[in-house]
Design a protein around this ligand. Structure first.
Ligand code: GLN
Length: 470
């Protein structure tokens, strides 16, 4: 497996004329040729187009600069984010034949910065899953151990970066879908504060939770992509009106930083080695570690799933065979709806639409949806209290390293429970990052999750960058 340079390294190599944009695309092509048939990280590849773009850049001698910081940098995009003129499948049969009519804001911003889009990556159907096994295009294998999952739902994005099929990728995270696959593949996955990054052109799963996220080799690369894609967008009224703050990634861990270990996360670990792997770098760092209790994280999967399923049931009502993608024509409109939706959606998506509809229905909405909303507010309040005492919160990203393909796919509850550590930050709209721990467990990477107060994204990236270098 040939390891690609990080974005930051590549920028330097291109600037010093030690590497050409075409050479990088050729290298990626080689890696894809060797690895993709096993990994199944991509649903669509645009390598010829990417090569043509790179040739043009090389011929014109243009290099990354202030205006085009990502000039010539190949990036993969999760296939629930629209790239104009390309299919956007969401790994669902129901979107077969759908071509995105516009660029998502994040894609437009990457293209403006000079990035080359190499392909669209595999995912769990409509981003629903934790293993990338719920895909109409087949499961993704973890390139570090092909018997294991790459994580989900952004498993394709993580696998592509891990095996050198892209220098970096965009994923999306509703309850952990960028952080957990990054952790399983030994990469960095950064979920910005809700509202920092535009969702325009990201296919909606659960709108109050969805965020676009970079999946990269280093924190510096995540920060670079974040600084390009973040910021207000008139096309998404939920974006936060201020531009993201400047970051200084050169620094060390500042004096007097207090880090809270989320007690419930560490107490509930079945495998102590997970906790030890997460804590090792911190024990040697100049930070004060304290234990902090956030009791409501224990209910995060129940709260998350009720809300995410409710929102999904409403968001996915638009796939009726009339407006988008595939239509299974029957005599009569109702029959056409039933046939299209019945055949178009996979099992997990169907399950969530049914449960979500139930949780919103008259007679049950108070017991389920409204209770989950109250839970969400109470959880956010517990986080707010915790951040009065500490600067950052720490936990493993997931309770285990990458599990085996097939291990949880027949047990949806076990699958949902694997999100227990990532769902809380999403529910509380907080920024959180997963970075690889220095130690492995059973030879597999472990993710360190660091969570920060809302809109402290820049501080979180600075801190994570310093931790990564310990
Ligand atoms: N694994 C979680 C789920 O299945 C999170 C998915 C996501 O973040 N898109 O809902």
């Amino acid at each position: 497996m040939s390891k690609l340079p990080s974005i930051a390294e590549l920028i330097l190599l291109i600037a010093r004329e030690e590497r050409k944009a075409t050479e990088i695309i050729e290298e990626i092509k080689g890696n894809i040729g060797r690895k993709e048939s096993e990994a199944n990280a991509y649903i669509n590849l645009f390598l010829d187009e990417a090569l043509a773009q790179a040739k043009q850049l090389d011929a014109s001698g243009s290099k990354p600069d202030e205006e085009k910081p990502l000039q010539g940098i190949p990036i993969a995009i999760k296939d629930n984010i629209c790239v104009s003129g390309k299919p956007c499948t969401c790994a669902s049969r129901i979107l077969e034949g759908f071509i995105a009519p516009y660029d998502a804001t994040v894609v437009a911003r990457l293209k403006d910065a000079g990035a080359i889009i190499v392909g669209k990556t595999n995912l769990d159907e409509f981003a629903m899953g934790s293993s990338n096994e719920n895909s109409a295009y087949g499961p993704v294998q973890n390139p570090l151990d092909t018997e294991r999952v790459a994580g989900g739902s952004s498993g394709g994005s993580a696998a592509a970066v891990a095996y050198g099929g892209a220098v970096a990728a965009l994923g999306s995270d509703t309850g952990g879908s960028a952080r957990q696959p990054a952790a399983f593949c030994g990469l960095v996955g950064f979920r910005p504060s809700y509202g920092r990054v535009s969702r325009y052109g990201l296919v909606a799963f659960a709108s109050s939770l969805d965020q676009v996220c970079p999946i990269t080799r280093t924190v510096q690369d995540a920060a670079l992509i974040y600084s390009i894609i973040a910021g207000p967008d008139p096309c998404d009224s939920t974006t936060y009106p201020a531009e993201p703050e400047e970051m200084d990634l050169a620094g060390e861990i500042p004096e007097g930083i207090k880090v809270g270990l989320i007690k419930e996360c560490f107490d509930d670990l079945e495998d102590e080695r997970m906790g030890d792997a997460v804590l090792r770098s911190f024990r040697e760092a100049r930070v004060e570690l304290v234990e902090v209790s956030i009791p409501l994280v224990r209910l995060s999967v129940a709260g998350y799933q009720l809300l995410a399923m409710a929102e999904a049931s409403s968001n996915l009502a638009r796939y009726d065979g009339i407006r988008y993608g595939r239509r299974i024509e029957r005599l009569g409109l109702r029959e056409t709806y039933f046939a299209t939706r019945g055949e178009g959606f996979g099992d997990e998506v169907t399950r969530r639409i049914l449960i979500g509809t139930f949780g919103l229905s008259e007679g049950y909405i108070d017991a389920y949806y409204n209770t989950a909303l109250r839970y969400r507010a109470a959880l956010a309040a517990e986080f707010e209290e915790a951040f009065k005492k500490v600067d950052f919160l720490l936990s493993p990203t997931a309770p285990t390293p990458a599990f085996k393909l097939g291990e949880k796919i027949r047990d949806p509850l076990a699958m949902y429970l694997s999100d227990i550590f990532t769902a809380p930050a999403a529910l509380a709209a907080l920024p959180a990052i997963s970075i690889p721990a220095p130690d492995k467990v059973d030879g597999l990477p472990v993710g360190i999750q660091i969570t920060a107060p809302r809109f402290a994204d820049a501080k979180l990236l600075e801190f994570a960058h310093a931790v990564e270098r310990l």
